[in-house]
Design a binder for this molecule. Structure first.
Ligand code: A2P
Length: 400
């Protein structure tokens, strides 16, 4: 260890403004350095060994934050944060000699820390500035259920619901693509509070109808899942405790010339309903194209199937992929994308094109391989393009 490294410490931190509390980092960390409370996910500096295993699985890049400090922030301090502390200048030494050399190394460490480890996600440059972390478990926003509608057919294997939560007089600002946390009342079998579950907002920023103070969620009843059953069973008029909003990168460009390619399965469609509605209401004549690749078992299982039929193709190009239609071959979103190679390759050549992937984790690899093939067919290098799109806030993946 150099003299400078002994004086200062590079500390791994999670940005509470960007984190969507998906638990991926905590599940990934091989040394148990990541933990959470009802407010934040944090890194215990006494355990983190800088293995970087958590960096690439993080869907938002919130994990890729670093500060150079003289003594590490404790986890209790981090639990209380609503934003990361600024990088403090490491005070230059008053006199020359060895201390000055230490300062030079410290500055180099700060510069390195500010670059992150490579997983950092950024929002589209024209995206609106989100509000984050306004409500937590100790101080949730109370919403009233304004509606709970089944989105899937009676014959479907899945029960997927559209749940509208009204905030009354409470200001709960969201942008399309953000998530909220649901706090279930009561304690679990071990006497601990139930973990907060996250759901993407499925409505546009100004509500289900323009200028209503509500949000919609798309929730799939998940067998034994306590929270999904709690939400799916809610009745009109019930009160629900909500935290958030969370997420500052999976946000749509506000630029009407932006092309938006949305790829999803099942309830991963939630943010894209918000994106589509916002564009339909605010810029129906947008010159930028919007495409939706949407995978489900059958049409009867595809959330918003009916309403989607009514969205004109000029506003939204729709490509449905069904995997379980009796007597037909299994089709996944990545197959539909390959069928649209010329269209997608054309769009990928434009710096105004944004890609969003949301839904099953398993889809991520297949979609990536499809984009690789589509690019190769046109003499483009997908890996390099993906890197620059990511850096420019034009490539976003949120899978679970
Ligand atoms: P499958 O029928 O093979 O499970 P679900 O209804 O379970 O939420 O799934 C949504 C859709 O995502 C289903 O059509 C499912 O197909 C599909 N799917 C499953 N795995 C993948 C994958 N690796 N890539 C793309 N789509 C997938």
């Amino acid at each position: 260890m150099s003299a400078a490294a002994a004086e200062v410490l590079k500390q791994h931190l999670i940005d509470p403004e960007v984190c969507i509390r998906c638990n991926t980092c905590e599940e990934t960390c091989p040394v148990g350095a990541i933990t959470h409370d009802s407010n934040n996910y944090v890194v215990d500096a006494s355990k983190c060994n800088f293995c970087m295993d958590c960096i690439s699985p993080c869907p938002t890049g919130s994990i890729d934050n670093w500060r150079v400090v003289k003594s590490a922030w404790g986890i209790d301090e981090q639990f209380g944060w609503s934003e990361l502390p600024v990088q403090e200048a490491i005070a230059p030494a008053a006199t020359g000699g060895q201390l000055e050399a230490i300062d030079v190394e410290a500055q180099a460490l700060i510069a390195e820390a500010q670059n992150g480890a490579g997983g950092r996600a950024v929002a589209a440059s024209s995206a609106a500035k989100p509000s984050v972390n306004l409500f937590n478990r100790d101080r949730p926003a109370m919403a009233i259920v304004a509606g709970n509608f089944c989105l899937t057919d009676e014959s479907a294997d899945n029960d997927v619901r559209h749940i509208i939560l009204d905030f009354g007089d409470t200001r709960f600002p969201v942008l399309e693509g953000q998530s909220v946390g649901i706090v279930m009342a009561g304690l679990d079998g071990n006497g601990a509070p139930h973990p907060i579950r996250l759901y993407s907002v499925a409505s546009p920023r100004h509500g289900e109808r323009p200028n209503t103070n509500n949000i919609a969620l798309t929730v799939k009843r998940d067998g034994p899942g306590l929270c999904s059953n709690y939400l799916c069973d809610l009745k009109k008029g019930d009160r629900v405790a909500v935290t958030g909003p969370f997420g500052a990168t999976f946000l749509m460009p506000n630029d009407s010339s932006a092309n938006i390619i949305m790829i999803c399965t099942g309830t991963g469609s939630a943010p894209f309903r918000g994106f589509t509605e916002w564009r339909r209401r605010m810029m129906p004549e947008a010159q930028g194209r919007m495409l939706l690749f949407f995978g489900a078992r059958r049409p009867e299982e595809l959330p918003y199937f009916g309403p989607l039929q009514k969205v004109p193709e000029t506003l939204l190009g729709k490509y449905f992929a069904y995997s379980r239609i009796a007597g037909e071959r299994k089709i996944y979103v990545q197959d539909r994308m390959r069928e649209q190679s010329p269209l997608l390759a054309g769009l990928l050549k434009s710096g105004a094109t944004h890609i969003y992937v949301c839904g099953l984790k398993g889809m991520e690899q297949g979609v990536d391989a499809a984009l690789d093939d589509i690019c190769r067919g046109e003499g483009m290098a997908w890996r390099e393009l993906r890197e620059s799109m990511r850096n420019e806030g034009r490539y976003h993946v949120e899978t679970y």
